[in-house]
Design a protein around this ligand. Structure first.
Ligand code: GLN
Length: 454
């Protein structure tokens, strides 16, 4: 059924590859366990999608790029092997912006993914990104849950625009092994699901130490349970800096509406300040581009993926492979990153950005600790509902693109968990969502409160 649904919704372009054989084999194994062995696994019969920047052995893994168009990994990402071991059936690999650079899923080798909300053939909206394929895999009904990646908001942003739950776990809680890196110091696997409860089930399956990723926490992960929480003891902060320019009136109203509701339920709500939020877009961009410049150096036409014919010299081979293999977004980030890393710029850009990142991190630490501490923060996820494709890709908007991540990327720089929860529909009949953030490893409380808001 899931495969059928995926095929019916083909024109939304959620999947880069449909993994029919894999899905059928898993379904048969699940049924055998159920009917013959009477011994089922926790995710038996659950259909999942995985963003195409996670390695899957024997299944092509493209990063939606010409560079890796024919790349077939020999190993599985830990996230996938854990889901498969729990019985989940992989339906397909999901579309993304090339190498997960973007916030629209409009810059993919395979063309844009379309948002099913308000969709017509001639007039449709973006899904958000870069995990737009994973969001649509869930919202269209093809998959119960999907895995995305979140470096600056790529799981929460499409979740918000497509009306599903999007969870970015604490950095180090879920293994990055087999996730093709964008920004190693910020990347985390993310979860997209229809409900908070489903997202918890997936998190409980994939979280925990992994010897293959030295940045995972060493302590075993205690599975999260939903329970009765005493809302009267929960303190939620509303960071005033998140009231930013360009935020739509409807988003602000939705935010106030939920604040009022929580107050009525005796949650202690209070205004807090994260003073360095305003520099965070610039800091994110510099750090992102520096790490991209370093990460993309491996794609040189020698070891992985594409190799062009032009090989009169090694330098020419590199240059022509990278010209053909990467889109403009990737190439411009490589250029900018290398510029920031030049000896003469290193101190002024890279080191400065690292220092500011520390201040952004400390802003969170200050609001979550001390006498006036809060337990969680409540903010919007995106600045508006899903824009039309033409609007989003217009030149003017492209220049503003980084701004889309205003509310999401600070959590990546601080390594803290965050979840986007769909709240209501806008006057255009499109989803509007809010985000909860908490201190490191506060997923249990955060998801319990999210369940309450949902
Ligand atoms: N939009 C951000 C970027 O392009 C975030 C990407 C992500 O989280 N993968 O860098």
């Amino acid at each position: 059924l899931s495969l059928q649904k995926a095929k019916q919704t083909n024109e939304l372009n959620a999947f880069v590859t449909l993994t029919e054989d894999e899905a059928e084999n898993h379904a048969i194994e699940s049924e055998k366990r159920f009917y013959i062995d009477k011994n089922t696994k926790s995710l038996d019969g659950i259909s999942i999608g995985i963003k195409d920047n996670f390695c899957t052995s024997s299944i092509v893994t493209t990063c939606a790029s010409d560079m890796l168009k024919n790349f077939v990994p020999t190993y599985d990402a830990t996230v996938y092997s854990r889901l498969r071991n729990a019985g989940a059936c992989l339906i397909g690999k999901c579309n993304l912006d090339e190498f997960a650079m973007g916030s629209g899923t409009v810059d993919s080798l395979f063309g844009p993914t379309r948002n099913p909300w308000g969709y017509t053939k001639d007039r449709w909206r973006i899904t958000g990104g870069s995990s737009g394929g994973s969001a649509v895999a869930v919202t269209s009904g093809a998959c119960v849950a999907a895995i995305g990646s979140d470096t600056g908001g790529s799981t929460r942003n499409p979740a918000a625009l497509c009306g599903v739950v999007g969870l970015k776990p604490t950095y180090g809680l879920v293994s990055r092994y087999g996730l093709i890196p964008l920004v190693n110091s910020m990347d985390v696997p993310g979860i997209l699901a229809r409900t908070v409860e489903d997202a918890i089930t997936i998190l409980n399956t994939i979280a925990g130490p992994d010897v293959l990723d030295s940045t995972t926490f060493k302590e075993p992960f205690n599975p999260i349970e939903l329970g009765d929480i005493d809302l009267g003891r929960v303190r939620i902060g509303i960071p005033k800096e998140y009231h930013c320019q360009g935020m739509s009136k409807e988003i602000i109203e939705t935010w106030s509406y939920v604040i009022d509701l929580l107050e009525k339920e005796k949650v202690k709500m209070k205004s807090v300040s994260l003073p360095n939020t305003s520099v965070s877009i610039a800091v994110y961009s510099i750090l992102n581009q520096c790490e991209v410049a370093s990460n993309m150096a491996r794609y040189d036409g020698v070891e992985f993926g594409l190799r062009t014919k032009e090989d009169s010299s090694t330098e020419e081979l590199y240059a022509s492979t990278r010209l053909k293999g990467f889109n403009n977004v990737v190439r411009s980030r490589i250029l900018a990153g290398n510029y920031f890393l030049l000896t003469k710029n290193y101190q002024n850009y890279y080191i400065k950005a690292l220092q500011l990142r520390r201040l952004i991190h400390d802003d969170f630490k200050n609001v979550f600790n001390g006498e006036n501490a809060v337990d969680l923060l409540l903010t919007p996820t995106t600045l508006s509902d899903a824009p039309l494709f033409e609007e989003f890709t217009s030149k003017n908007n492209r220049d503003q693109c980084a701004y889309q991540d205003y509310c999401t990327q600070p959590a990546n720089m601080a390594g803290i968990p965050a979840v986007s929860i769909p709240i209501c529909l806008s006057k255009n009949n499109l989803p509007l969502s809010l985000q909860l953030m908490g201190p490191r490893l506060s997923e249990a409380l955060m998801m319990n409160v999210a369940k309450h808001i949902e």
